[in-house]
Design a binder for this molecule. Structure first.
Ligand code: NAP
Ligand code: MG
Length: 479
């Protein structure tokens, strides 16, 4: 893939490229351009020039273009699915579900944009405003950088690009270097659907190089980033000088709390289903299993059975539940983390092995609250650390002791207990009787604490990607 800037598809100025490797086969599937500062600045300048032209396209026309894009996406979804399976190792059923979801998210934002009303102030509400009328309108921000992670490259493309374009911004898409192709195809489809050239651009290159450029440029008005907390903090610092709006969707190490009065089969199904999704590489999947000691043995026995039955293998097969991690490098990291957890005192109940980029589903019991994995060690792999508790207060304390707070879960048949927990947990969402691996397009999706700043979703992002202007009609009334 080359860079897509304006109408042009061009190599990086240095001509450098990186191999994109399929984690399942270890083979190079394609190459991606490695852009540098000069490339990124050129793309941003092109975006800044195109932004007012795109914003001058009437909203109803922009909505038509988005719907046309969605029909192209639906027609050619398998191209994108194939890319996701090859470069990301995503299991094919999940890839199909994600592309379908992305189409729905684009449509959802189009509906919301058509109904994004402004405000008027109450008439004659105070002496200063007597006989005035005030109304608000929304303006775009200008250039929005959408920085994507490898794990949900298509769904998160939708959550960032759709609201940015609908509000009249121009966009720079920067995908993860592991998974550049799906975003490339989506950008091409948006152009084909009629988005003004330059209003959507595709830049690739190492994250470090991109971050360095972001610390210097004044051409980017907002950044929407999904990825690790360390990079999020850096982007916030980088944006401070130019007062860039910075929206961050970051990591998580969220609690899945199982009370003794739960439906145990439901608890096991939700724990394994949520955590095994995308081979454990999901920000909002619960990653610490906090279980009432009265049922811990029974829960772990059933969980071990469920996860060892999940079929691991070729992501291109429809029968595969657990595919590889995104790369062998990431799998080696996860393997090291598993070893650390065991040497700290964790008791391995199943899994624990790595084969190439694959990590077996792994259940580790006897985790105590002071261990790293019970706090801030986020493992991006199908790993289930089990922590016991005796009282409600203990469950809440262990849940909240991490610096993350994205998506908690509580399993109990007693709604009073579940709601009390949901009220006390420090997280951007809490699912009752389900895994935290849950996302509707409408919900305010985002984190407390180090899990992020801002909320994504059709009720929120249009506001985040625009600014309000108050227009006052002075002394127009005569009451
Ligand atoms: P990452 O390293 O932070 O990468 C994410 C993106 O940022 C990639 O496009 C990457 O490019 C780029 N990047 C890397 N370093 C950068 C820098 N210094 N400045 C600017 N951009 C930079 O994240 P990851 O490790 O791949 O993703 C996993 C993390 O994301 C986990 O912690 C997970 O929980 C979190 N996540 C959160 C959500 C959410 O919605 N809250 C969703 C998914 C994932 P390169 O690929 O070229 O490095
Ligand atoms: Mg990284």
């Amino acid at each position: 893939m080359k860079l897509l800037i304006g109408k042009e598809e061009i190599p990086s100025v240095t001509g450098r490229e990186a191999d994109v490797v399929s984690p399942a086969s270890g083979k190079v599937v394609w190459k991606v351009a490695l852009g540098n500062e000069e490339d990124f600045e050129k793309a941003a300048r092109t975006a800044a020039e195109a932004a007012p032209i795109w914003n001058a396209v009437p909203l109803y026309r922009r909505i038509e273009i988005i719907y046309r894009f969605v029909s192209i996406l639906r027609e050619r979804s398998e191209e994108i699915v194939e890319a996701m399976v090859s470069e990301g190792g995503k299991a094919i059923n999940e890839a199909r579900a994600e592309v379908d979801c992305a189409g729905n998210v684009f449509c959802g934002f189009a509906e919301a944009a058509r109904n994004a009303f402004g405000n008027t102030m109450p008439l004659n509400a105070d002496p200063r405003t007597e006989n005035d009328i005030l109304l608000t309108i929304r303006d775009p921000l200008g250039v929005v950088a959408a920085v994507l992670p490898f794990n949900f490259p298509v769904e998160l493309f939708a959550h960032k690009v759709a609201p940015a374009l609908l509000m009249g911004n121009a966009v720079l898409v920067k995908p993860a270097t592991y998974t550049p192709r799906s975003a490339y195809l989506m950008v091409k489809m948006l152009l084909e659907a009629g988005v003004t050239p330059g209003a959507i651009n595709y830049v690739t290159g190492s994250g470090r190089e991109f971050g360095l450029w972001m610390s210097k440029t004044n051409l980017v008005d907002a950044v929407s980033f999904t990825g690790s907390t360390a990079v999020g903090v850096e982007l916030m610092q980088n944006g401070a000088r130019s007062l860039r709006r910075t929206y961050l969707e970051l990591g998580g190490n969220d609690p899945f709390v199982v009370f003794a009065d739960c439906d145990l089969d439901l608890a096991v199904a939700e724990a394994s289903g949520g955590r095994l999704w995308n081979a454990g590489q999901t920000c909002c999947a619960c990653k610490r299993f906090i279980v009432d000691n009265k049922i811990r043995k029974e829960f772990t026995e059933k969980l071990v059975r469920a996860v060892t039955e999940a079929s691991m293998g070729d992501p291109a097969l429809e029968t595969t539940v657990v595919g590889p991690l995104v790369s062998e490098k990431e799998a080696k990291n996860a393997e090291k983390q598993i070893e650390e957890v065991i040497s700290a005192g964790g008791r391995l109940l199943c899994g624990g092995h790595r084969k190439g980029a694959f990590i077996e589903p792994t259940v580790i019991d006897n985790i105590t609250p002071e261990m790293a994995v019970a706090n801030d060690m986020e493992i991006f792999a199908p790993v289930f650390p089990i922590i016991g508790f005796d009282t409600f207060e203990e469950a809440v304390a262990i849940s909240n002791q991490t610096s993350y707070g994205l998506a908690a879960a509580v399993i109990s048949e007693n709604m009073k207990t579940a709601l009390r927990f949901a009220d006390r947990v420090k997280a951007g969402m809490c699912v009752i009787n389900g895994s935290g691996n849950y996302r509707s397009m409408q919900q305010p999706f985002g984190g407390y604490k180090h899990s992020g700043i801002g909320r994504e979703g059709t009720a929120d992002t249009l506001k985040e990607f625009s600014q309000q202007k108050a227009v006052i009609l002075k002394k127009v009334l005569d009451r």
